[in-house]
Ligand binder design. Structure first.
Ligand SMILES: Cc1cc2nc3c(=O)[nH]c(=O)nc-3n(C[C@H](O)[C@H](O)[C@H](O)COP(=O)(O)O)c2cc1C
Length: 355
């Protein structure tokens, strides 16, 4: 059961935090590492594009290896599979197959702003026509068992927010279990601010849960978003990488006050672990690119990452990059790499079968 849909008599609306889908960023290795830190109630995969055909099973497994482990990360956090496409029939067929393979839920991407995606009738362009959101959501809802939640992730609108409420109502009428709102229009791209107040208006008009998303990057901004939306469900994307303990801090879980230095030491461990797992499961070039990408996210929030990034960003060759990564860790004060060469995490996970 997804936490968002569970409630007890003591707490009818328990706080629910989800990790946002981020294409090319929150793959299964990242999902596994971030959920292992605690505080995340569920994740959504990067989008899986649907055109006319039914994807073969191996595509679903590659996209969401957690299907092999009851759709959960290794610490048991549910993972919902996101589909993107504009044609109700194949969207339904692919959703049905994902459900047969064990997906914990299906999320529908109605927010992607990428030009190529929009040109091919997917993502935010669908926000221009509420009936299309309805048709796609209805088709998916009817194609998967009632026990499997179907949700929609929208923006406020395409050019402006004039269809916002209509779009949300269309999803609700089509049977969506909840709606996630990235509180910007497509035209706004990722420019701040996220307009959280739209959610408080919407909540008076619909009865299904609404997840607030956009620009939650600290406990302070979380509190501001909670205050404005009066909600209990939130989704965090970029700050999941720039501030990896944020979910736990928001939930106040085991908050032994870390010094900045202690927190950085832990982040260094995460980064090296991430590199090793990417190198092991994919390859060294992938590991190098993704580790640089993570460091870039960290630059905005964690000052020690600036020095580390500047020292290692020039290295393209994986063994050189890995050597300099280890050499420049603050926690490695004897100036020699902690691990030699390409040492990797030898823990076998069920995902290895296909990754
Ligand atoms: C690199 C990147 C990739 C993204 N990929 C997806 C995606 O695959 N599906 C989706 O629904 N949203 C995607 N998003 C949007 C995020 O899920 C989220 O709505 C957005 O980043 C705002 O939340 P944040 O301010 O917490 O990052 C992506 C965002 C970024 C930055």
């Amino acid at each position: 059961m997804i936490h968002l849909l569970s409630s007890t008599s003591e707490d009818p609306n328990p706080l629910c935090l989800s990790l946002a889908p981020m294409e090319g960023v929150t793959d299964w290795i990242m999902r596994d590492i971030l959920t292992s830190l605690g505080g995340i109630d569920f994740c959504v995969t990067e989008f899986l594009r649907v055109t006319k055909n039914l994807h073969p099973n191996k595509v679903f497994y590659r996209h969401c290896p957690e299907l092999l482990t009851e759709s959960k990360t290794s610490v048991g956090t549910p993972v919902i599979l996101q589909l993107l496409g504009g044609d109700p029939l194949p969207m339904g067929e692919n959703a049905q197959r994902a459900a047969e393979l064990g997906a914990a839920g299906i999320d529908l991407n109605f927010g992607c702003p990428a030009k190529t995606v929009n040109r091919h009738d997917g993502g935010a362009v669908l926000l221009k026509a509420s009936h299309r959101l309805y048709d796609i959501t209805k088709s998916v809802r009817q194609s998967v068992p009632a026990t499997i939640p179907v949700s929609g992730k929208i923006r406020l609108g395409f050019e402006d927010a004039s269809l916002f409420v209509e779009n949300a109502l269309a999803l609700q009428e089509a049977g969506a279990s909840w709606i996630t709102v990235h509180c910007r229009t497509k035209s706004q791209g990722y420019r701040p601010p996220a307009h959280w107040h739209f959610i408080s208006h919407l909540k008076h008009k619909i009865h299904i849960p609404v997840i607030a998303n956009g620009d939650i990057d600290s406990v302070h901004s979380f509190n501001a978003c909670k205050e404005i939306t009066q909600g209990h469900a939130f989704m965090i994307g970029r700050a999941g990488l720039s501030n990896p303990f944020l979910f736990k801090k928001i939930k106040n879980l085991n908050v032994v006050a870390f010094s900045e230095e202690e927190e950085w030491n832990q982040i260094e461990e995460l980064i090296t672990h991430f590199y090793s797992r990417c190198a092991h499961h994919i390859n060294g070039y992938f590991a190098t690119a993704r580790t640089k990408q993570w460091l870039k996210f960290l630059l905005t929030k964690k000052p020690p990452s600036i020095e580390l990034f500047n020292k290692i960003k020039i290295y393209k060759d994986p063994s050189e990059f890995h050597y300099h990564l280890l050499k420049n860790l603050k926690s490695n004060n004897n100036d020699t790499p902690l691990l030699s060469g390409m040492e990797v995490n030898k823990d076998k996970t069920p995902h290895e079968a296909i990754c």
